[in-house]
Design a protein around this ligand. Structure first.
Ligand code: SF4
Length: 463
């Protein structure tokens, strides 16, 4: 049982009642999207219940939206989007539709609006809700029946999570990113290394991360099996939130700030588990397998499954390499790709696009390689266009898209062809995630851009 952690403090402040091992938790913000909400609304309708707090609920179309057009050709996607529109109209819920100025991936849009604030509880019917922990909130994904429960009651019954501190020592070396940090962490602790826990990331390297880097790290917490990930709010978070459309203003801002500054784990806080990551010598990371923990430095080689002492890990490596059509000992830098995808709720923010554009400026995407650049939100897209980044991408031969989940899950026209190999800035590389037999290598935006130019996995320094 942990004690004095920020996770405990936020949790305790939201407990409505306790029943055995479960706490009834008040939810400050409920995010919904078209793919996981239709059944929840149907359930509500059957029970004859209204939405309890439409004012604390935001709906965003993201999973099914095509990013090359406002026309939704996919029948199921169109039906889900229409259902969301109808449900939001019926229940008075604010709704950001495909093509709207503020639309985007729900995990990009909510922080961008200033809706997610330190000390909050946030839920969404989507596993990467952990993203929002970057602002010092306890934020986690829930199932469809939970979505219905939250819509009806603004609460959720949950077992108290275990807590885990991840101490990140040292500083990020030049050219190494938050994505590399989190891939290295998952490779170290394993894809189930944080199962059942909420992680608090700490240490000087975490404090030095930009807000966008923090969002990337917390986004991928779930890939280590964690329920959520969180970073104590500090000046970086406050600066990010200030003047955002839904952030408090005036006296309310001052009062909020006073409260937010208290949101820290006690110096003698006890976590259920701790882990440590040393950044000394860290270089860009890339996955070679079919879960994010199967990753090595870009300068490394595909490992020999026989080198894994654990028989389960050995079998998983054999199977992953068969799927990925990779042989042990192959240098990652020799792996050629067909497609590069820059986007998703992990790395579709303006900082990511700026970093990639800097590498692509004056260069060309290699012949035969397709590159999609998909901003995480229409706001990100607008800022990128104001800075001329779209021209850099287009001049390099990349496709410049509308915002949405896109190739992260391979829908609409944002699909890969059967068995293509992709360098992707998204967060999941399991079998078939981005299309039938598609082989995914998870990378940072910088590695994605360099790979697009080189036609094989590469770092900017290789160009
Ligand atoms: S971008 Fe990918 S991981 Fe993120 S919410 Fe969309 S489908 Fe899920």
């Amino acid at each position: 049982m942990s004690r004095g952690t920020l996770i405990d403090k936020i949790w305790d402040a939201h407990v409505v009642s306790r029943d055995g091992d479960s706490d009834l938790l008040y939810v400050d913000l409920h995010l919904i999207h078209e793919a996981s909400s239709p059944q929840a609304f149907d359930g509500l309708r059957l029970a004859g219940r209204p939405v309890r707090r439409p004012d604390l609920t935001l709906a965003v179309e993201d999973h099914n939206v095509p990013t090359d057009s406002l026309l939704v050709r996919d029948e199921l996607g169109r039906a889900q989007m229409q259902a969301l529109r109808d449900n939001c109209a019926e229940h008075g819920i604010e709704h950001l539709r495909h093509g709207a100025d503020r639309q985007g991936i729900v995990h990009v849009v909510a922080p961008e609006l200033g809706l997610v604030q330190p000390g909050m509880t946030v839920v969404c019917g989507d596993s990467h809700t952990s993203t929002h922990g970057a602002l010092g909130a306890v934020a986690f994904g829930v199932g469809t029946s939970d979505v219905e429960h939250v819509l009806a009651t603004q609460t959720l019954s949950l077992p108290r999570p275990r807590t885990m501190a991840v101490d990140v020592q040292g500083r990020l070396p030049a050219g190494v990113t938050a994505k590399d940090l989190v891939l290295a962490l998952i490779a170290e602790i394993g894809a189930n290394g944080a199962a059942g826990h909420v992680i608090e990331y700490r240490g000087p390297a975490v404090e030095e991360l930009s807000m966008e880097g923090r969002l990337t790290v917390c986004n991928m917490s779930i890939e280590a099996g964690a329920r959520a990930g969180l970073i104590a709010p500090d000046e970086t978070a406050f600066e990010y939130l200030k003047d955002r459309p839904c952030a408090p203003a005036g006296d309310a801002w001052d009062a909020a700030l006073e409260h937010w500054r208290t949101l820290r784990s006690d110096p003698d806080a006890e976590f259920d588990r701790t882990a440590r990551l040393d950044l000394a010598g860290l270089t860009p990371y890339v996955t070679w397998g079919t879960h994010p923990g199967q990753a090595v430095p870009l300068g490394g080689r595909v490992p020999d499954p026989a080198s894994f002492a654990d028989p389960v890990a050995r079998t998983a490596a054999e199977r992953a390499q068969e799927y990925m059509r990779l042989t042990p000992g192959t240098a990652l830098r020799d792996v050629e790709v067909d497609v590069v995808f820059l986007g998703s709720c992990t790395n579709g923010r303006i900082e990511d696009l700026r970093a990639a554009a800097q590498i692509l400026r004056g260069r060309r995407v290699r012949d035969g390689v397709r590159m999609l650049v998909v901003p995480g939100s229409m706001q990100v897209r607008a800022v990128a266009e104001a800075e001329g980044l779209h021209e850099v991408f287009q001049a390099a031969g990349a496709q410049w898209r509308l915002s949405g989940c896109s190739m992260c899950m391979g829908i609409n026209s944002d699909r890969l062809q059967r068995a293509e190999r992709v360098a992707s800035t998204s967060n999941r590389n399991y079998e078939g995630r981005q299309g039938t037999a598609v082989r995914t290598h998870l990378v940072s935006p910088q590695v994605a851009a360099a790979t697009a130019v080189a036609g094989r996995l590469a770092a900017p320094g290789d160009l």
